[in-house]
Design a protein around this ligand. Structure first.
Ligand code: SF4
Length: 342
């Protein structure tokens, strides 16, 4: 198979190709490899070393991806690739490097993946492992094909996409599970390793405001790193101001220990005090309650979510619009209406 070339790039007069898939915007000359370790320049352009190579594929509940208000109680096909946009190995995690053993290099064509999701009656497809920005071309094909077969689509991302990458994904993208690692330069230096964490915020805010994607935010709390009162308050206030007070915030322990557990409790309290209606911890059995009257809207037991208090997206008791995505038709009609209003 011929290794395909990157689409989002600009050649420059000095012979370098400027990759515009993620915020590193690497300028690569022939023979050089990108910060992600999965894109390398040749005389012709930037080759995609990870194209079609998947790090995992599985069918499971959408809730597994910290998308609790996006078609609850449905199955998704989750797929991931290789490559991250972080700096250190610790930040990169398990899907950073393409396995050198050919026997461990699994290929899955994007069309086959989309067809598989349809055949298995999955509600949609989630790009779940590895940063989608560094797999831009494959992810774009997967989103387009999945949408063409009426599946819903979602990305799990650190937000390190460029505006160009987001713009290309957006017409085919329904939801984002945003991995927000903290709210300070110091936190991102330890946990993020990306060029400018505030650009990530701008991308997610744009996905919400301009492209009307459903957004859920997750933050892993690390004791002594990203758990100061001021940082957590600023983070929660940013979610409220930029994504809205109905945005779910998932607060998860980033490491073991009673101090981190106490920090998670404090973060949840701060989330509520900041005006967020839906703040969840790590426990998978948490129910969703109506912000208007506290009636139970969704229960989660034994890995199964059940809608028990919603009718057409409204609380059955008080008619509050819970802003939970339940219908593909309503979601896209709402989105079209908001887009027409600018
Ligand atoms: S995807 Fe990001 S890290 Fe990789 S080559 Fe492009 S700009 Fe660089």
């Amino acid at each position: 198979m011929t290794t395909p070339l990157a689409e989002l790039l600009t050649p420059s007069d000095d012979g370098a190709f400027h990759c515009a898939a993620c915020q590193w915007r690497c300028a690569l000359r022939p023979g050089e490899i990108g910060h992600c370790h999965v894109r390398a320049a040749t005389e012709e352009g930037i080759t995609l070393l990870n194209f079609g190579l998947i790090s995992g594929a599985a069918i499971g509940p959408v809730e597994d991806h910290r998308l609790w208000h996006f078609f609850p109680d449905t199955l998704m096909l989750s797929i991931g690739g290789w490559g991250y946009a972080f700096t250190t190995d610790q930040q990169r995690g398990p899907y950073a490097t393409i396995p050198t053993d050919p026997a461990k290099q699994r290929r899955l064509d994007a069309e086959r993946a989309a067809n598989f999701a349809l055949e298995k009656l999955c509600r949609g497809v989630v790009w779940a492992y590895g940063e989608p920005a560094v797999s831009h071309e494959y992810v774009l094909a997967l989103l387009q094909l999945s949408r063409a077969s009426s599946r819903v689509t979602a990305l799990c991302t650190t937000g390190v996409l460029t505006p160009e990458a987001l713009e290309s994904f957006a017409p085919y993208l329904d939801a984002i599970s945003f991995d927000l690692r903290g709210f300070s330069d110091a936190s991102y230096a330890r946990l993020g390793g990306i060029p400018d964490w505030r650009e990530c915020l701008a991308i997610i805010a744009q996905a919400h405001a301009r492209f009307h994607c459903h957004i859920e935010v997750s933050t892993r709390i690390h004791n002594g790193v990203n758990d100061s009162l001021d940082e957590l308050r600023e983070l929660a206030a940013w979610i409220v101001a930029n994504l809205g007070d109905h945005t779910p915030w998932h607060v998860i322990p980033g490491d073991a220990g009673s101090e981190t557990a106490a920090s998670v409790v404090r973060a949840k309290r701060i989330g509520h005090e900041s005006g967020l209606h839906y703040v969840y911890g790590a426990e998978v059995t948490q129910a969703t309650r109506c912000p208007g009257c506290q009636a139970t809207l969704i229960t989660r037991t034994n890995g199964v979510a059940r809608l028990i208090g919603l009718k057409d997206g409204l609380c059955e008791v008080c008619n509050h619009d819970a802003q939970i995505q339940l219908s593909i038709f309503k979601q896209r009609a709402d989105r079209a209406e908001r887009e027409s209003k600018g």
